[in-house]
Design a protein around this ligand. Structure first.
Ligand SMILES: [Zn+2]
Length: 681
């Protein structure tokens, strides 16, 4: 009983007693928590009372709390404060945790009760949120295969298992093609145009590969190839590198992904049919806000033509630049980035070093809290006496306008060796009333480079946006106001989850917010309007190109997952035919070609789902328009509606209905197109 993970936590806010926790505590604690959860589920399933919402659904929502508490903590430490011991525990626990997840949703007796309630759900007299929980949990079971019987259940398990193998193989083949390629550069001739940071990275890659003095290597990792295509003056080398990059996964031989993708597509068709759907896209979209292929296709086709038109206008600028440089040939895909950079430099010439002094981290954090206060009445009170899992973690008590504690916010802003890269939000405890009875504990992680000792940390414009983005997710967790844990916070559908985060980014670039908070860290001067205008204009440049590339990949994703043939297609031929039909300009190309499209084939999470980024962007752009229409970025009525229907409602309502309740109508696409500069402002 000396294991702190299994004890009650009598700490401020019931936070984990971080200082007392060791990696070795996790394995025995998980063993106990898994056993406890299994026993709870058996007790629900085997009780003699006839199924009721309370004794089955509410009880299911309350089950596994010890396990959830443990998983939240384990995930938090593994992501933000890892160690070799914790990594070993992660490897050892992956299989038993996955097996447990499977066992929960394949619990036949338990599903029988859920299914029985679901069948008579309209007659049960449930409150809307209870009905939502019942439908949600039922769907969780069904999508995991609980409805399948006998042979089809066995076959389903085989399909899922084979898909997991193929996903891994697909990713490894892409990786092998990337690491198997190098473009060697020697001498000034071959390095022409490359700035110091590209040369340094290329030299480092050469050293990593054991190559001798004076050699530079360009690899196919995105952080190498994109700068190379942007800056290299050697058109012949750009073409070589481009062809290798877009050919990943399509080279005959051991790493050829064409047959792998074909088998994945065949198996997904089978999976969809076992679930009673005609194609995989129908199966995947059934659990999204978009709901149907028509809805997704409708969005993508509305974007496609304006994006192509904007890209055509950009092309004319690039061709003008080519003429002025005396370059007389047809613009090709390996030229676009190079001439776009020349145009960007000539038109905007923005210097990062000029921008950063206006974005000190501390001031931007105050900007977050100020916006949350003005919109939702929240106050963030620093609690330096409360310890997080690392000295850099700042703990805040989040209070309602009346001073009542509403949540706990942990912000962990700096990069370090024990933290994974990127930025994210997660929970140590979700808000819920169903016998949790405690306020939520929500985290934000960023990976900013800490300022030198005694110096402030300065953010780029992009960094500041990331800070606001993650804080938007954080508010979605902190403001949650639901009964049931399964429906709390950000546990919403994948094409809805980025709405609260992307929406919050809009306040970051509001002049009213910038004038107050974006001040030079030495002089206190407000960021100049001219600099701001330059920043925004530079952001819009080349959006036609970027949008065409993204949308092309999203269109092919939808097309290939809409096929109903038992046998998956030859992906190279299918992609060429599909893109020819849409009229993809050859000088632009796609973000991801099918043979290396890892969103689709290295896992199922984004299969028939690459559209979600743009879907959420439609919602956030249209949602922010509500404030523009009201005449103030802090209009109290709009803010109240936003709180009630979006930030507080978690997954307790159908997302389309929640959005309509907030906006009074469905979202329209035009604000997103204007935001990307694809329609006149
Ligand atoms: Zn996000």
């Amino acid at each position: 009983m000396s294991n702190p993970l299994l004890q009650d936590w009598n700490t401020p806010y019931g936070l984990p007693p971080f200082a007392r926790i060791e990696a070795a505590h996790f394995a025995p604690a998980f063993e106990a928590a898994l056993a406890e959860h299994r026993a709870e589920l058996d007790a629900i399933a085997q009780q003699s009372a006839t199924p009721s919402f309370e004794n089955t659904l509410a009880a299911f929502d309350r089950s596994g709390r010890l396990l959830t508490r443990l998983e939240h903590l384990f995930y938090t430490l593994a992501a933000s404060a890892t160690s070799p011991e914790l990594q070993a525990a992660q490897r050892a626990l992956a299989a038993p945790l996955a097996a447990h997840g499977n066992a929960v949703y394949m619990h036949a007796e338990l599903f029988k009760r859920v299914d029985a309630l679901h069948a008579e759900r309209q007659a049960l007299g449930l409150a809307p949120e209870q009905l939502r929980l019942l439908e949600r949990v039922h769907l969780d079971f069904v999508r995991a295969g609980a409805k399948l019987q006998g042979e089809s259940q066995r076959r389903y398990a085989q399909v899922v298992e084979r898909l997991a193998e193929l996903h891994t193989l697909f990713a490894q083949n892409v990786l092998a093609d990337e690491s198997g390629y190098q473009l060697l550069l020697q001498g000034d001739e071959e390095l022409a145009g490359l700035p110091d940071f590209v040369r340094a990275a290329a030299r480092q890659a050469a050293v990593d590969r054991g190559l001798g003095e004076g050699v530079h290597a360009i690899t196919l990792s995105r952080s190498h190839i994109v700068p190379f295509l942007t800056f290299s003056e050697r058109r012949d080398l750009r073409e070589q590198a481009w062809r290798a990059w877009v050919g990943r996964g399509e080279k005959a031989g051991e790493t050829d992904n064409r047959a792998v993708a074909q088998e994945i597509l065949s198996l997904r068709n089978e999976q969809a049919r076992l679930h009673g759907h005609a194609c995989y896209a129908d199966y995947a979209l059934a659990d999204t806000m978009a709901g149907t292929r028509e809805a997704v296709q409708g969005l993508l086709t509305q974007v496609w033509e304006p994006a192509k038109a904007a890209a055509q206008a950009e092309r004319e600028l690039l061709e003008g630049m080519m003429v002025s440089m005396g370059h007389r040939f047809e613009l090709q895909a390996w030229d676009w980035r190079f001439y776009a950079e020349k145009v960007r430099k000539a038109r905007y010439d923005l210097d990062e070093a000029e921008v950063k002094p206006y974005f000190p981290l501390d001031a931007m954090v105050q900007a977050l809290f100020d916006c949350a206060g003005r919109l939702f009445g929240l106050r963030f009170v620093a609690k330096p006496e409360v310890a997080g899992y690392h000295a850099d973690v700042k703990v805040y008590e989040v209070q309602s306008a009346d001073g009542a504690p509403r949540g706990v916010f942990l912000q962990d802003n700096f990069a370090r060796a024990t933290k994974r890269s990127g930025a994210w939000m997660n929970a140590l405890r979700w808000q819920a009333r169903n016998e949790i009875g405690a306020i939520p504990v929500i985290l934000n992680n960023n990976n900013f480079a800490k300022g030198a000792p005694g110096e402030p940390t300065l953010l780029s414009f992009d960094d500041a946006r990331t800070l606001f983005h993650e804080f938007g997710h954080g508010l979605h967790g902190l403001l949650s106001n639901v009964e049931y844990e399964r429906l709390s916070g950000t546990q919403v559908l994948r094409d809805f989850v980025e709405l609260p985060s992307q929406l919050f980014e809009h306040w970051m670039s509001e002049p009213e917010v910038l004038k107050k908070h974006a001040r030079h860290y030495q002089t206190g001067a407000v960021i100049p309007d001219a600099l701001l205008a330059k920043l925004k204009a530079a952001e819009l440049f080349n959006q036609g190109y970027e949008t065409v590339r993204y949308t092309a990949s999203a269109l092919v994703d939808m097309a290939v997952h809409s096929l109903t043939d038992e046998q998956g297609p030859d992906i190279t031929e299918f992609e060429a035919r599909t893109m020819a039909a849409y009229g993809l300009p050859a000088a632009i190309g796609m973000n991801h070609r099918l043979a290396h499209f890892q969103h689709l084939f290295a896992g199922s999470g984004y299969a028939a789902g690459y559209y979600v980024y743009m879907w959420a962007e439609v919602l956030d752009a249209d949602g922010y328009e509500a404030f523009v229409e009201a005449g103030s970025p802090f209009d109290p009525q709009v803010a109240q509606a936003l709180l009630n229907h979006i930030y507080a409602s978690g997954n307790s309502r159908e997302p389309r209905e929640a959005y309509r309740a907030f906006r009074g109508r469905d979202a329209v696409v035009a604000p997103m197109l204007r935001g990307r500069g694809l329609l006149p402002a």
